[in-house]
Write a protein that binds this ligand. Structure first.
Ligand SMILES: [Zn+2]
Length: 254
């Protein structure tokens, strides 16, 4: 999850003011749950794969969280993440699995992630169908990917928005769909973003905003779940291959 941003024009151009670190100013997330706040400090050495240190909290959850954070960290190109995450925190977020706050760089993970549940490559859990990973790794990668998208601006470039026809235009909705949040514990209602009908998404939740779309594509690529993209999804895979992983895309070779 990523707090919904404000200030985008319907043409997809960003009109937001930039913070002193090149980060957009956005309203802070409002965690829906209460609970013990635990911080896993991602120190300066972490940019080079260094150690993580922790404070407080039940040791086995923190240990698991640290291992999974390190795993997620190893699956993403670190150059794109430099400075984007200042702190990783374990905190009860109610029904929400994780959050990234672009204003502070704080990434929050819900301790319930470490209960052993899994998620498959269709975003499902019951029953699981295809390749699967722990919810914990999936969410950690997803939130890291928000940090990456925000730090690089790759989740709001016109070249990204055009791949799903992302618009916030309320006037002309013909030919466009939008995600409705209906899950208990989440803010109910429609997304302010619309996508062009027929657009391809990793899972239904990806269709909420261009930021969720981007975070999921990066997550799927990091997990090696490239088989899901297919013909219509491949331009999104190419986009992250080229701009995040700095690899030549298949489109140039075809
Ligand atoms: Zn998200």
């Amino acid at each position: 999850m990523r707090p919904l941003s404000t200030g985008f024009g319907s043409d997809g151009a960003s009109t937001r003011h930039r913070g002193p670190r090149g980060r957009a100013w956005r309203r802070k997330p409002s965690p829906s749950g209460d609970g013990v706040v635990t911080e896993i400090i991602l120190d300066a050495g972490a940019a080079a794969g260094g150690d993580l240190t922790s404070h407080q909290m039940v040791m086995d959850t923190v240990t698991r969280a640290k291992m999974i954070v390190a795993q997620a960290w190893s699956l993403l190109p670190r150059a794109c993440l430099a400075g984007a995450v200042t702190k990783i925190r374990l905190q009860d977020l109610g029904a929400v699995h994780g959050q990234y706050d672009p204003d502070t760089g704080v990434l929050t993970l819900n301790p319930m992630l470490y209960d052993g549940r899994q998620i498959d490559d269709a975003g499902g859990a019951d029953p699981l169908r295809g390749p699967r990973v722990s919810r914990a790794l999936h969410t950690t990668l997803h939130e890291f990917s928000h940090a990456l998208g925000d730090a690089t601006g790759l989740d709001r470039r016109p070249a990204w928005l055009v791949l799903s026809g992302w618009v916030k235009d309320e006037q002309d909705a013909s030919g466009y769909g939008r995600y409705w949040e209906r899950r208990p514990g989440w803010d109910y209602g429609p997304s302010p973003w619309r996508y062009r009908h027929g657009s391809w998404f990793c899972r239904e939740y990806s269709s909420k905003t261009p930021y969720e779309d981007f975070a999921d594509v990066v997550t799927y690529r990091a997990l090696g779940w490239t088989h899901v993209f297919g013909q219509s999804g491949r331009p999104k895979l190419w986009y992250v291959n080229r701009h995040v992983w700095r690899e030549p895309d298949e489109a140039e070779q075809e």
